[in-house]
Design a protein around this ligand. Structure first.
Ligand code: MRU
Length: 355
């Protein structure tokens, strides 16, 4: 199993995704600030993986607090939550994980826990639960999604929504592909390279090759051509935040793929755990879109591609309106339009009942 993020006694261990596919190097982070920086600089990336790493960063920071009372620890912990929340704005799993960790502190206070060490232990246990739930929910997404994939299919995906974007193991969009393969179907993948960070070319191609799943990389601007040639049976992508009406934010370029899929009558699916559904965000218009450093666009490694000083945009995400989405595959079942109803029903149902 690919170990994207791991809790160890020493600190939070991450597979450094900036170096893949050329180097498989693990780094251990020894403070909550180091974990926050790793989320910002994309050592770890992908909405669920960011959530798991943030929770572990908070447990790590709390375990290092020198406060002697629960009130002292809470004071330090709140500050750490703010540091973590300021890392990346779009993936709602980050804020979901922070709220889960805050809930542990609130519960301890309500139960009048006085032993600061007990609260620290509870915070570590919560991160381990979040980690395991992520693995389990991706397996459930895989089982639900497998039913939508025909035998002998080719699936186009954008960015990396695989083991590397989650706690490890299956992933979300790639979880559906793995689920279909585990159900005995033959599936091949076309991976968009995904400019500018190249999550498709570097990460999706790396993890699928490792699992011997057939993968072909294309540049982003080839997607229309391969669809027109009849080479794509469906599109499956992940999501960073899904609004209550089903509008879905995902890696920049996803919207373009959805429009192309509609033009070619190809089903376009979004796969994400229920923690990615944000019922408090009414539509995609309300989803904050991260803008990243211009250097990601102007340079390829140390090589400058654009004229000195030229204006660039570096929007990290876009929003696909719900009318382009054939279904949203979650760990609690498959939602279809009208999403306002179907997503609310799944989000408020108690737990997964995967087939
Ligand atoms: O900028 P990134 O690499 O964190 O963006 C990742 C994506 O857009 C993924 O598709 C999304 O987080 C879903 S991951 C299961």
């Amino acid at each position: 199993m690919i170990k994207t993020v791991e809790w160890t006694k020493e600190g939070v261990r991450l597979l450094d995704q900036r170096l893949l596919p050329n180097e498989e190097k693990y780094v251990t982070l020894y403070s909550h600030e180091e974990v926050a920086e790793a989320i910002k600089n994309m050592t770890v990336r992908g909405a669920p993986a960011i959530g798991v790493a943030a929770a572990m960063g908070l447990a790590l920071g709390a375990s290092q607090s020198v406060g002697t009372s629960v009130a002292d620890l809470e004071f330090d912990f709140e500050y750490m939550c703010e540091v973590m929340a300021a890392t990346r704005p779009t993936a709602v799993n980050l804020f979901w994980a922070i709220e889960r960790m805050r809930g542990v502190v609130e519960k301890a206070k309500a139960e009048k826990v006085r032993d600061v060490e007990e609260l620290k232990t509870r915070l570590v246990n919560e991160t381990l639960a979040i980690f395991q739930e992520d693995i389990d929910s991706n397996r459930a997404i895989g089982r639900y999604g497998a039913e939508l994939i025909n035998d002998d299919s080719t699936v186009l995906t954008h960015c990396n929504a695989g083991a590397l974007a989650t706690a490890g193991d299956y992933g979300t969009a790639l979880g559906v592909i793995r689920g279909a393969i585990d159900a005995g179907k033959r599936v091949a993948v076309i991976a968009d390279e995904t400019r500018p960070f190249l999550q498709g070319a570097r990460l999706t191609a790396w993890e699928l090759s490792k699992d011997n799943i057939p993968v072909t990389v294309i540049t982003d601007n080839m997607a229309g051509h391969v669809m027109k040639q009849g080479k794509v049976d469906c599109v499956i992508v992940g999501a960073d935040r899904i609004a209550a009406n089903g509008d879905a934010a995902n890696k920049i370029g996803t919207y373009m793929v959805a429009v192309l899929a509609k033009q070619h009558n190809i089903p376009f699916y979004v796969a994400a755990p229920i923690s990615t559904v944000d019922l408090s965000t009414a539509t995609g218009e309300d989803i904050p879109i991260e803008e990243r450093d211009r250097r990601e666009v102007t340079h390829m490694l140390d090589h400058q591609l654009t004229p000195e000083g030229v204006n660039v945009h570096n929007f990290a995400f876009d929003v696909t309106p719900n009318e382009f989405i054939a279904a949203i595959i979650t760990d609690r079942g498959v939602a279809r339009a009208p999403y306002n109803e179907s997503l609310r029903t799944l989000a408020t149902s108690r737990s997964a009942h995967a087939p």
